[in-house]
Design a protein around this ligand. Structure first.
Ligand code: ZN
Length: 170
C-alpha cells in the first residue's frame, strides 16, 4: 500500500478514537496526527518511504539490521511500543490511536502479495488470501474511502454538537 493509503487509514483511526472518547478539539487533532504518524511509522524500514526519507539514518539502520517489513511490521514491535507508551503513562485514547494506527498499517500490508513478517523473529510471511498491488486501483480506492469516512465522521459529529448546543441554548 502507498504511504497515502496508510496515512488515510491512520487519520480515520485517530478520528474514530477521538469521537469514541468525546475528545475536545485540541485532543481530536492530536489524536488524528499521532494516529497518522503511527500508521506510516512501520515503513521506517524502507528508506524510500515517506517516513524513511524524514529520518534517513535511522531508516537505513533499521533496514540494515532487520530488513524490510520484518520487525517494524510485527506483533513484537507493536508490543514494544505499547510497553513504552504504557511506561510514559500515555493517556489511553492516544495509546489506542497509536496502536490502532500501527495495526492498520500491518493489516493493510498483509493485503499485498509481499505480506509481512508478523511473527518476527520467526521468518514467516503472513498475508491475507486476497491481495492487491501497491499503487493499484484498490489501493487508491481504499485511500479515498478512508478519507471520505473521516470527513463523514467529523462532519456528522460536528453537526450533532452544533444541534446539541443550539438545543441546550434554547
Ligand atoms: Zn509497510
Amino acid at each position: 500500500m502507498t504511504g497515502k493509503t496508510h496515512a488515510a487509514a491512520g487519520l480515520l483511526v485517530g478520528t474514530a478514537v477521538a469521537m469514541q472518547f468525546e475528545l475536545d478539539i485540541f485532543e481530536t487533532v492530536t489524536s488524528m496526527v499521532i494516529a497518522s504518524i503511527a500508521s506510516i511509522f512501520p515503513d521506517i524500514c524502507h528508506t524510500q518511504s515517506k517516513i524513511g526519507r524524514k529520518v534517513p539514518l535511522l531508516s537505513w539502520i533499521v533496514k540494515r539490521l532487520f530488513g524490510h517489513r520484518t520487525l517494524t511490521h510485527s506483533i513484537l514491535f507493536i508490543a514494544i511500543i505499547y510497553g513504552l507508551l504504557y511506561t510514559i503513562q500515555t493517556p489511553i485514547y492516544y495509546m489506542i490511536s497509536i496502536i490502532c494506527g500501527m495495526l492498520s498499517h500491518v493489516i493493510l500490508d498483509m493485503l499485498t502479495p509481499r505480506g509481512v513478517h508478523l511473527l518476527f523473529p520467526l521468518p514467516i510471511k503472513v498475508r491475507f488470501p486476497i491481495q492487491f498491488k501497491t499503487g493499484g486501483l484498490l489501493d487508491l480506492s481504499l485511500a479515498t474511502t478512508f478519507s471520505i469516512l473521516t470527513i463523514y465522521i467529523l462532519f456528522d459529529e460536528g453537526l450533532r454538537n452544533i444541534i446539541d448546543s443550539l438545543l441546550h441554548g434554547m
